[in-house]
Design a protein around this ligand. Structure first.
Ligand code: AMP
Length: 575
């Protein structure tokens, strides 16, 4: 990498669109305890949905938000809710109830509340099916502030009188479209009937089908409406950037990043992270994996930043790991690649990030590592930018080897064309007395290969995660009466397996009982479950092949409608 002059690299405080909206958490009117927690987490600025949602929620307004995972929606409702509730309460019934579709999300949202509300002494309890009810009873009994629950289990507790909603100030319906898809509409209605009429109601949904609108009309009062990816117009011409994404689980992200960098071999790359904490962690991880990385975030002094930029320009660093704030206004000519370590929280942030490359007619590459749940956000970005983001397969170990051989071949070709090789002739001549010329060449190539492409120790295979199709346009399915659900999901064959359950309509089994049992007993989320067919005496549920055994084991260990059922892989024809 050669050094080149920079136009400017100091982060500025101006926003990409030049607006004067609140760009700091301190401007949103949050309490000091919450600001402290956010600073400790390394959040540098609110995401667009947080900027828009937090002020009206602090005022107590109802809110209808269209936002998918990855936008920061959880903090958008959790922060104002924590801000409004009395701190360090003792005993008492919950003041906030968050309804979520799955156990997985119940745990995630509770953890988020814990992280943000620690200094306020917020007591948060996740409740979901499959978890021993005794623990939940004891916790409810000793007093909680926020309950994060799946609708079925919440209703169980309400019926037992162990979850009392009389003191609720706020109810949040998170991923409402998902809850409706899972057949929770009636449960939600029943729960809301127990909540005080004078309450704040917040509804977040990734999509806004008619049923969600209906639900909002019925339960929300003059809600503020927020939509991520519709209102913001993304200005400016599209840079010449090749855009692709890889779907990868969180645990495999560092390995995937390494693999992608190896295959792409950028001159210099910038990797965007959401928080300071993540920047520091990833910089360390990537250095440990042999990539020369430097961190850049808002917590660093100007002098530290200058030093980092100097190293990048001088070519003593290849990888800049940065937050959005720190990278604002940055212009480094050598940058060829932008990597989004997470899907950005809004389309304009994506556009701003990829604008770091592809400048002045140069070609650039933008790569996004998305978790399976963030796939929808990618679709939103595509829709808003009008540009395609290709979903690529993570290079396999074999791809890597091929790529490394190509690099060595390229290096040798260059040497053959350009270098003066005469001084080495004597070695070849001496060795050919003893060995075949081909053998000599092979040994030389091997040595060159070890130098040009040192093998990384990370040779593990990174699992390919199946990509879910976009939900948009999927027929609404799975109401209480319906026996089939999940219209847009793959049916049978391919990557899915059918699970046979020896209970059906006669036993009173409904789709939501099966979804509840599966999500309650396993780590898989409701949206991974495909079609459900309920016959008189048995049911068939489609699940991803990779989790079929886990689902079967989970269901065998539990009851459905209070009964034990035969559960096995469906081989067709044996029923
Ligand atoms: P969500 O869309 O709520 O699932 O949030 C996505 C991720 O973004 C979570 O891992 C949050 O911890 C993180 N996050 C939320 N808000 C911010 C922020 N303002 N700055 C940095 N990270 C954030």
């Amino acid at each position: 990498m050669s050094s080149a002059p920079a136009q400017h690299d100091a982060p500025t405080d101006t926003t990409p669109d030049g607006s004067d909206e609140a760009h700091a958490f301190t401007e949103l009117g949050l309490r000091a305890e919450l600001l402290g927690a956010l600073a400790a987490l390394g959040y540098e600025e609110p995401t667009p949905i947080q900027r828009e949602a937090i002020p009206p929620l602090l005022e107590g307004r109802d809110l209808l938000g269209q936002a998918a995972t990855g936008t920061g929606k959880t903090a958008a409702f959790a922060l104002p809710l924590l801000n409004r509730m009395p701190a360090h309460r003792q005993g008492g019934d919950p003041v906030a109830l968050v309804l979520v579709p799955t156990r997985e999300l119940a745990v995630q949202v509770s953890e988020a509340f814990h992280r943000y509300g620690k200094d306020l002494g917020a007591r948060v309890l996740p409740i979901y099916g499959g978890q021993p009810i005794g623990r939940q009873l004891r916790a409810l009994d000793s007093g909680v502030d926020v309950v994060v629950a799946t609708p079925g289990r919440a209703l169980d507790h309400i019926a037992r009188g162990t979850l009392r909603l009389g003191g609720l100030a706020t109810v949040v319906l998170d991923e409402a479209d998902e809850m409706l898809d899972m057949g929770f509409a009636e449960d939600i209605e029943a729960i809301l009937e127990h909540a005080p009429a004078q309450r704040q109601t917040v509804l977040f949904s990734a999509t806004m089908p008619g049923r969600i609108d209906g639900m909002a009309r019925q339960h929300l009062r003059e809600p503020v409406r927020i939509e991520i990816g519709r209102e913001q117009q993304v200005a400016g011409e599209a840079p010449r950037v090749r855009q692709s994404a890889y779907i990868v689980t969180r645990a495999h992200k560092p390995a995937a990043l390494g693999r992608v960098l190896d295959v792409e071999s950028p001159t210099a790359a910038i990797v965007f992270c959401r928080s300071r904490e993540e920047v520091d962690r990833l910089t360390e991880t990537m250095n440990g994996r042999g990539y020369r990385s430097e961190a850049l975030h808002g917590g660093m002094s100007q002098e530290q930043r200058d030093r980092v930029m100097g190293r990048l320009r001088a070519g003593t660093a290849d990888l800049l790991v940065a937050t959005d704030v720190a990278a604002r206004g940055l212009d480094v000519e050598q940058l060829t690649h932008v990597v989004n370590y997470d899907v950005p929280s809004a389309p304009e942030s994506y556009v701003h990030r990829i604008g770091r490359v592809g400048r002045a007619g140069r070609e650039g590459v933008a790569i996004t590592l998305a978790e399976p749940r963030e796939h929808r956000m990618l679709k939103t970005i595509e829709r808003v930018t009008g540009q395609r983001i290709t979903i690529d397969k993570i290079p396999t170990v074999a791809d890597m080897r091929t790529r490394r051989l190509e690099l060595t071949q390229g290096a040798l070709r260059e040497s053959l064309l350009e270098d003066d090789l005469d001084p080495f002739r004597v070695i070849v001549e001496t060795l050919t007395d003893e060995f075949d010329l081909m053998e000599v060449a092979l040994a030389a190539v091997k040595l060159a290969h070890e130098v040009t492409s040192p093998g990384s120790d990370d040779e593990e295979e990174i699992p390919q995660v199946p990509v879910r199709g976009p939900r948009e346009g999927r027929p609404e399915a799975g109401g209480r009466g319906g026996d089939r659900r999940g219209g847009g999901r793959p049916r049978g064959g391919g990557n899915t397996a059918q699970v046979f359950i020896g209970l059906g309509r006669r036993a009173g089994v409904r789709p939501q009982d099966l979804v509840g049992a599966i999500t309650g007993e396993t780590g898989i989320s409701g949206r991974d479950i495909g079609s459900i067919e309920i016959a008189d005496r048995f049911s068939l549920v489609e699940v991803p092949q990779g989790v079929a055994d886990e689902v079967i084991a989970g269901l065998r260990g539990s009851t459905i409608k209070g009964r034990k059922a035969t559960v096995r892989r469906d081989r067709g024809g044996d029923r």
